[in-house]
Design a protein around this ligand. Structure first.
Ligand SMILES: Nc1ncnc2c1ncn2[C@@H]1O[C@H](COP(=O)(O)OP(=O)(O)O)[C@@H](O)[C@H]1O
Ligand SMILES: [Mg+2]
Length: 485
């Protein structure tokens, strides 16, 4: 059991917490440090990021979380991370300032060079860290838009002796991710003892030992499974509610449990959950407005809140992303379309044209030239900001919705071109990450090392990223990286 603050809720995780403490200490001592936390859904990555945040309470922290949705907004994740620091933009060299301004859609200009954008983010963070240690926490990195993930990986590989910590959480099996090659900590199962102790915190009253053993066995040391699987139990049918015994992975069992719990809610509450699930950032104003349009009473949220499935503050937050996807999956296709239509109507098309077009597209079942044209415009905007993967996604959907065959063909071709270009850039970014960058790469000043090794936890270099060779290379000076490529 770990001591102190919010982390006191964590069972086990001594090695992980110590690793994060060392990372924070390194940053406080003026050194940069990077760590990628990898593990399955529910294993406790977000909880560890939360631990890192409390451990870094004397540092400035910045957070961003990727969100699972089909929508890809170029530089959306990076913009979210850098938003609190945009007043530092003026301190950047002109070309970098312009590149970042265009990437974030703050100013117009030619599509920015990715290298310059990466350099700009690096220098922006360094400028912020000049005033005091900075710890950036990136959750669900597997769902960041592609170009944000690439830029963050670029930054992570080039941090120098400045007080910046970067901790990223990524769900397996996304090992072929941009982050491959960075110092990594695999977050594994809880020990049997810790699993039982965690289970005890959610069991009220007595529980048959056999049922307890079975929950522990089926949860396979996954904390979310341990907290979630007993929820279906009743006094009369404790074992039956767990379903048939089997070898199904804990994540599958958690999903089943979430689906069951959503289905057991009143239908009005399910619809409200669907609205929140269909809105990628959980913007409460938008969700409220869309609910009004659908004539869903806001009071319908109460049963979901009471069951601990969502919390409503400035944002609507789901207990876990697996619950968000469950709330979306249980809905009938027509209900999803209606909800996206309401969200489109609730979105300001002028200030947020891409999100508007995306909701509109999801509200549309058959061919519709008006919607396809809007999607094409979104693709153009993404291209102009240098987000080819986002452009490809918009064009692909535009082609699907285009009634005229010739036009459909042209859009499909444009989508294929953008996809090809995105693939090329992805390859280039990965190759650069493997030591052939135009700037010498350097891994964190003091790569995080484990206090001890165990089967469950290990800090290691990702398999496919030969970071070790680059570590021995001398780091460029901060002035050096201000120079162009
Ligand atoms: N070591 C732990 N001890 C107690 N509870 C934990 C632990 N790790 C995670 N949890 C809880 O389990 C649930 C899932 O954890 P979370 O961090 O959201 O998983 P992930 O981000 O890997 O999907 C959360 O309610 C979290 O508070
Ligand atoms: Mg998480």
């Amino acid at each position: 059991m770990t001591g102190g603050g919010s982390e006191s809720r964590l069972r086990g995780r001594q090695i992980e917490c110590e690793t994060l403490d060392r990372l924070v200490a390194a940053v406080q001592a003026g050194n940069s440090s990077v760590l990628v936390l990898c593990g399955e859904a529910g294993i406790g990555k977000t909880a560890l990021l939360e631990y890192a945040r409390s451990s870094a309470s004397s540092c400035r922290t910045a957070r961003v979380a990727g969100v699972e949705s089909e929508m890809e907004l170029a530089f959306g994740g990076l913009h979210q991370l850098c938003a609190p620091f945009l007043d530092h933009l003026g301190h950047l060299p002109g070309p970098q300032r312009d590149a970042l301004g265009t990437a974030f859609g703050l100013s117009a200009g030619p599509p920015p060079d990715r290298f310059l954008v990466g350099l700009a983010v690096l220098n922006l963070l360094a400028d912020v860290a000049g005033k005091g240690p900075l710890v950036c926490l990136v959750d669900d990195a597997q769902w960041l838009d592609e170009v944000s993930a690439q830029t963050l990986a670029f930054v992570a590989r080039r941090l120098l002796a400045e007080p910046i910590g970067l901790v990223l959480a990524v769900r397996e099996p996304h090992l072929e991710h941009e982050l491959t090659g960075l110092p990594r900590l695999d977050v594994g199962r809880l020990s049997d003892g810790d699993a039982r102790a965690l289970l005890d915190t959610v069991i009220l009253g007595r529980l048959d030992e056999r049922v307890r053993d079975r929950i522990v066995a089926e949860a396979q040391g996954n904390p979310l499974a341990l907290l979630e699987l007993p929820k279906g139990l009743t006094a009369t049918e404790p074992a039956g509610a767990l379903g048939r015994p089997g070898v199904r992975a804990p994540v599958g069992r958690i999903e089943q449990s979430f689906l069951r719990r959503v289905r057991s809610l009143p239908s009005e509450t399910q619809r409200l959950l669907l609205v929140a699930a269909a809105e990628p950032v959980g913007d409460v104003t938008l969700v409220t407005r869309a609910a009004e349009l659908l004539e869903i009473q806001w009071a319908a949220a109460a049963p979901a809140e009471a069951a601990g499935l969502i919390t409503i503050g400035a944002r609507v937050r789901f207990r876990h992303p697996l619950l968000r996807s469950a709330a979306y999956r249980v809905a009938a296709p027509q209900d999803r379309q209606d909800v996206h239509r309401a969200l489109a109507d609730a979105t300001d098309a002028r200030s947020d044209p891409d999100r508007w077009a995306w909701h509109l597209a999801n509200a549309t079942a058959g061919p519709d030239e008006t919607v396809a044209t809007e999607l094409e415009r979104s693709a153009d905007r993404a291209q102009a900001r240098g987000g080819v993967a986002a452009a490809a996604a918009f064009l692909e959907r535009a082609a699907e919705l285009t009634p005229d065959p010739a036009r459909r063909g042209a859009r499909a071709l444009a989508a294929a071109r953008a996809k090809y270009q995105a693939r090329r850039l992805r390859r280039r970014a990965r190759t650069a990450g493997r030591g052939r960058a135009r700037l010498p790469r350097r891994s964190p000043t003091r790569p995080v090392q484990p206090a001890a090794r165990s089967d469950r936890v290990r800090v290691q270099k990702c398999r496919r990223g030969p970071a070790t060779a680059a570590q021995s290379r001398e780091a460029p000076g901060a002035a050096g990286r201000r120079a162009g490529p």
